[in-house]
Design a protein around this ligand. Structure first.
Ligand SMILES: NC(=O)c1ccc[n+]([C@@H]2O[C@H](COP(=O)([O-])OP(=O)(O)OC[C@H]3O[C@@H](n4cnc5c(N)ncnc54)[C@H](O)[C@@H]3O)[C@@H](O)[C@H]2O)c1
Ligand SMILES: CC(=O)N[C@@H]1[C@@H](OP(=O)(O)OP(=O)(O)OC[C@H]2O[C@@H](n3ccc(=O)[nH]c3=O)[C@H](O)[C@@H]2O)O[C@H](CO)[C@@H](O)[C@@H]1O
Length: 429
């Protein structure tokens, strides 16, 4: 069976294509980004995704993986996956035309019995709209052409483990489209397929991401509330969250986080918001998460006014990633500049264009925005800074001793002995 993956050079499309090839299908990665395709042809992943390289090399060696920039290649495919980016515009509205233009191109080359699987995160109703477009062209979905929405739910960096391990939602308008989609996934899936109709599956995917985004906003809101009490009381948010959740079954709150961003979590909320214009849960979560840089800067300035040099640790949107898309670190940099702090060093070990830890000497503030493994040793960071008056901010709790014992994530370097485990310090407190 020939499978085409449109957007096959991307963070979702490439792992999908590799797994399909590994399962024995003959796969063509169709992508407009020639540079990415050249890297892939060379046996390399254009981005960091653990475990993928050997599988890619294997697929290339077996001749089961091919690449092209030519969208007309879909004409020779039995199954076509759509995995291109589905962005929002500058007004936070979904850019529907990006995907629909590609659908138009594919429809021009359509042949009977092809199965179209939408895997990008899409605006609710899009799959049904595609069915209408196909009907206008004279096709009958479920009889001479097949369509489904099978959302990707992996988190970056876990792609190769999660593509095979997570249950697959399949939104299908008819039995045959469902069965044909399930057959493709059953070739490699170690979990079950769950059937919904297309719009239900589209909403389910968006709800999954929104739920995660809301839990981070709740943790950040708890952090801000605790801060407001911290002016008159000895309270620490991470200590509250940990102790309150200990051995208790219904309080599963993540840590507050300085950097809740990435290519989709933030934008996906806007796919829902315009359907509920007067309800504000999603937009409030956005304001809380995107407001973290301003909140952090205010607290830093209270404790340590007039810093000459500020270091941001981490420019990617999440730990151990090389993906800077929609990272809140850039908002942090912008806010610092707007407040007049001009000397800002941006350290990012996973992307070439940024500074490295050699450049952080004499910083007055160090802001841990992305909790990369490279930053885990507080003592190493502190000795690079070599300024005993430096104020550090780690609301993630990466420097774990600090998590319970610093002032809600802020602490002056030399007051804090990072080698002492949090639990021992607590006993002696
Ligand atoms: N990144 C994630 O962790 C993740 C997880 C689940 C779902 N998603 C969703 O998956 C989709 C893809 O996201 P991504 O992170 O892989 O994006 P990406 O930008 O990494 O990949 C998209 C790829 O599509 C290609 N492309 C764009 N327009 C094209 C066109 N007209 N013809 C051919 N190729 C084209 C791009 O060159 C790129 O290689 C989005 O809808 C996203 O919301 C992403
Ligand atoms: C529901 C779900 O799983 N959806 C996945 C998720 O994948 P993801 O790769 O974006 O990864 P996450 O790990 O969720 O991180 C997101 C941001 O949250 C920050 N974060 C993380 C842990 C924490 O405790 N506190 C935090 O604040 C982190 O720094 C980062 O900025 O979203 C994709 C769209 O991108 C999805 O489509 C994909 O299916």
């Amino acid at each position: 069976m020939n499978i085409g993956v449109i957007g096959g050079g991307g963070h979702v499309g490439l792992p999908m294509g590799i797994v399909l090839a590994d399962a024995g299908f003959s796969v063509t990665l169709i992508d407009k980004d020639e540079q990415r395709l050249a890297i892939i042809e060379d046996g390399k992943l254009p981005f960091n995704e653990p475990g993928g390289k050997p599988q890619l090399e294997n697929a290339l060696a077996n001749g089961r993986l091919d690449t092209t920039t030519n969208i007309d290649a879909t004409a020779d495919c039995d199954v076509i996956f759509f995995v291109i980016g589905t962005p929002i515009d500058e007004h936070h509205n979904p850019q529907m035309d990006v995907l629909l233009d590609v659908v138009d191109d594919v429809v021009d080359n359509l042949t009977n019995d092809q199965l179209l699987i939408f895997r990008s995160t899409i605006y609710p109703g899009t799959t049904n709209l595609v069915c209408e477009i196909l009907a206008d062209k004279g096709y009958t979905v479920g009889e001479d052409i097949y369509v489904s929405f099978a959302p990707e739910r992996i988190a970056q960096h876990k792609a190769f483990e999660e593509i095979v391990g997570l249950p697959q939602l399949i939104g299908a308008p008819d039995n045959k489209s469902y069965q044909r989609t399930k057959e493709v996934f059953d070739a490699f899936l170690e979990a079950d397929c769950h059937r919904l109709n297309p719009t239900e599956a589209e909403l389910g995917k968006l709800f999954t991401n929104m739920w995660r985004y809301l839990t981070f906003a709740a943790a950040n809101e708890f952090y801000l509330i605790t801060e407001s009490f911290a002016t008159h009381h000895d309270v620490n948010v991470n200590k509250i969250l940990d102790k309150t959740a200990e051995d208790y079954p219904r309080f599963d709150v993540p840590s507050p986080g300085a950097n809740v961003g990435g290519p989709c979590l933030t934008k996906d909320g806007w796919f829902l918001v315009d359907n509920i214009p007067f309800n504000e849960l999603v937009s409030t979560a956005y304001q809380i998460n995107e407001g973290m840089p301003a909140q952090i800067i205010d607290r830093m300035a209270d404790k340590s006014p007039n810093p000459n040099k500020i270091t941001i640790l981490g420019m990617t949107f999440k730990a151990n990633s090389d993906d800077t898309r929609n990272s809140v670190s850039f908002k942090m940099e912008k806010q610092l500049q707007m407040k007049g702090y001009r000397n800002v060093v941006k350290v990012e070990p996973n992307v070439d264009e940024f500074s490295n830890v050699e450049d952080i000497e004499d910083s007055d503030w160090v802001l841990l925005m992305t909790p990369h493994d490279e930053f885990a040793e507080f003592d190493a960071i502190r000795s690079r800074v070599d300024n005993e008056d430096c104020l550090y901010c780690d609301i993630w709790g990466l420097w774990s001793g600090a998590r319970h014992h610093s002032d809600n994530g802020y602490f002056f370097g030399y007051e804090f002995d990072s080698k002492t485990p949090a639990v021992e310090k607590e006993v002696t407190q």
